[in-house]
Design a protein around this ligand. Structure first.
Ligand SMILES: O=C(O)CCC(=O)C(=O)O
Ligand SMILES: [Fe+2]
Length: 530
């Protein structure tokens, strides 16, 4: 699973170079071989033409008679050998080396699904994307018919027929324009298109596209067999519709489908999440006008000498950003220490109680202990200064690199059942400190779905908030997510502080940090007013 961290996709360029060298060498050898064969062929043709001009005269020349026989004996052997060398060479050729990494089919699927996620979250247009354009700016070479075909096929195989179909339609357009040789042809694309329509329940289009397929390949037997099947389905649908018009409604169509409340809540949250990821929302003006920046000098005498720049991003619950709290050198050190230990990030499965990988968290992470390097210890010390909290019960530093389109859907950092995830710790996660270890060119914001707040990563800064009310109860307003990375590589590290050790620093009381603010989802801002 290389696709779950961009840092693991980087070594694939070494593999890529290896293939370039292999192929280059192979083609050179082949060209040499074909050059020899072509030369022989031209001699055969030239001599044949000469002979046909005047056969008796040609063969009357003993040299010509000799060379003819030579061409059909010794030379022929040589030609055969040259051809055989080629096939032997092909037999032995391998593109698989043990010393470099190769992505697997799940990486192809993962990358295809990432593109779909980015498309949906950031409103990207498939045809623009196929031209290498992200939000109006060209970032890569246009995709070929073959690229679009593979993308469509990967999504089709994952039963995402809607998105698979969109890519197959682009592939067809490009295929007709390009006129390049591929291992698939127009019929293959048309087959995917028509069957995707069928699987999506659009039988009319399935029929139309099957007819188009038969125009290209009239003998395609499966397509021919499907035609009557589609026609029957359409006819049945028409009868049903006619009945409905006459008011003769059958029992089944009278049933009203209602979306379960849980699902509708989930969809609302997803909408909000995507909205915030696009940076389309501002926090309420009554909060915005109270936000300010200051230097943090309390908490520790050290801060009097080196105050920390502190910016309020939200109030009640308070979410602050500390600026310039991790240096470029520290970041480099932490990244290098984490890379060899990266494992796919997991989530807590509420049903089984187990930690499992999930499509809604695409990243790799590693845990670094304070005592393994001065840098890690220094970072922990800084967290204590920044937060004024005890590190007594803190977790190790979690270092994260997001993958292709990597994200983490809305969640709480605290455990909802005291007995579950944090058994080995002293209490629940009272606070989160989230260090941004990279800027992200596009996307990758941290968003608070109940507050309407988007934080875009700034390298060297850290976000800080309390996850629990003073009563120890989880603060539902802290629900947050990491948006898909559209362009760039997103690195973060977390320091999670637990309740144990904070008794004197943050005494419990019955106050709340602020009410959980749930506001309606606003309409997107019209494009012209931006
Ligand atoms: O990466 C981010 O922006 C947020 C990460 C996060 O919420 C988490 O790891 O718990
Ligand atoms: Fe989180």
């Amino acid at each position: 699973e290389l696709f779950t961290a961009i840092s693991e996709v980087e070594p694939l360029l070494v593999t890529h170079k290896r293939i370039i060298d292999d192929l280059d060498h192979y083609i050179q050898q082949e060209e040499k071989r074909l050059f020899t064969l072509k030369k022989q062929l031209s001699i055969y043709k030239r001599e044949h033409d000469k002979a046909m001009e005047d056969i008796p005269n040609y063969l009357g020349n003993p040299i010509n008679a000799f060379t003819l026989i030579k061409r059909l004996t010794a030379d022929l052997d040589y030609i055969e050998q040259t051809i055989k060398v080629g096939t032997e060479y092909i037999k032995n050729i391998t593109m698989n080396h043990d010393d470099v990494k190769y992505p697997a089919i799940e990486d192809l699927t993962g990358a295809a699904q990432a593109l779909t996620r980015l498309q949906e979250t950031y409103y990207l247009d498939v045809t623009e994307l196929a031209e290498g354009v992200l939000n109006g700016v060209t970032y890569s070479t246009p995709m070929t018919a073959g690229d679009c075909f593979e993308l469509g096929r990967a999504l089709y195989n994952e039963e995402d027929y809607k998105n698979g179909l969109a890519w197959m339609l682009v592939s067809l357009q490009k295929y007709k324009k390009e006129n390049e040789p591929y291992f698939f042809n127009e019929t293959t694309i048309l087959d995917y298109i028509s069957f995707s329509y069928y699987l999506l329940g659009d039988v009319t289009n399935a029929l139309e596209w099957t007819k188009k397929l038969l125009e290209v390949d009239p003998n395609h037997s499966r397509a021919r067999n499907n035609i009557p099947h589609y026609q029957k389905a359409i006819a049945e649908e028409e009868v049903k519709l006619a009945k409905k018009k006459r008011g003769d409604v059958g029992e089944e169509s009278q049933q009203v489908v209602t979306v379960p409340e849980e699902l509708s809540e989930f969809m609302k949250e997803k909408k909000m999440y995507e909205h915030l990821c696009r940076g389309e929302m501002d926090i309420p003006p009554e909060i915005a006008k109270k936000l300010y920046c200051r230097y943090l000098t309390e908490n520790h005498p050290f801060l009097k000498l080196a105050p920390i720049k502190m910016e309020y991003a939200y109030l009640k619950p308070d979410i602050v950003i500390f600026h310039d709290v991790m240096s470029d050198d520290e970041i480099k050190f932490i990244q290098e220490a984490a890379k060899p230990r990266f494992k796919r990030a997991v989530v807590h499965d509420a049903r089984t109680g187990k930690l499992v990988p999930a499509p809604y968290r695409i990243s790799k992470s590693a845990w670094l202990k304070d005592d393994e390097a001065d840098v890690i210890e220094r970072v922990s010390q800084r967290v204590a200064h920044m937060t004024g909290l005890s590190m007594y019960s803190a977790e190790e530093l979690q270092v994260v690199n997001y993958g292709i389109g990597g994200h983490y859907e809305p969640h709480y950092d605290f455990a909802r059942k005291a007995e579950s995830a944090f058994k080995k710790f002293h209490g629940n996660r009272i606070a989160t400190v989230l260090f941004y270890m990279s800027d992200v060119a596009q996307g990758g914001a941290t968003v608070f779905t109940k507050l309407g707040l988007s934080l875009f990563p700034i390298k060297g800064a850290a976000a800080f908030w309390l996850n629990l009310h003073p009563s120890g109860e989880g603060d539902l307003a802290t629900r947050h997510a990491a948006c898909p990375v559209l362009r760039g590589s997103k690195w973060v590290s977390n320091k999670w502080l637990h309740q144990g050790g904070q008794e004197l620093l943050k005494p419990c009381n019955l106050e709340y940090q602020g009410e959980a603010i749930i506001r309606p989802i606003p309409k997107p801002i019209p494009k012209t007013s931006r």
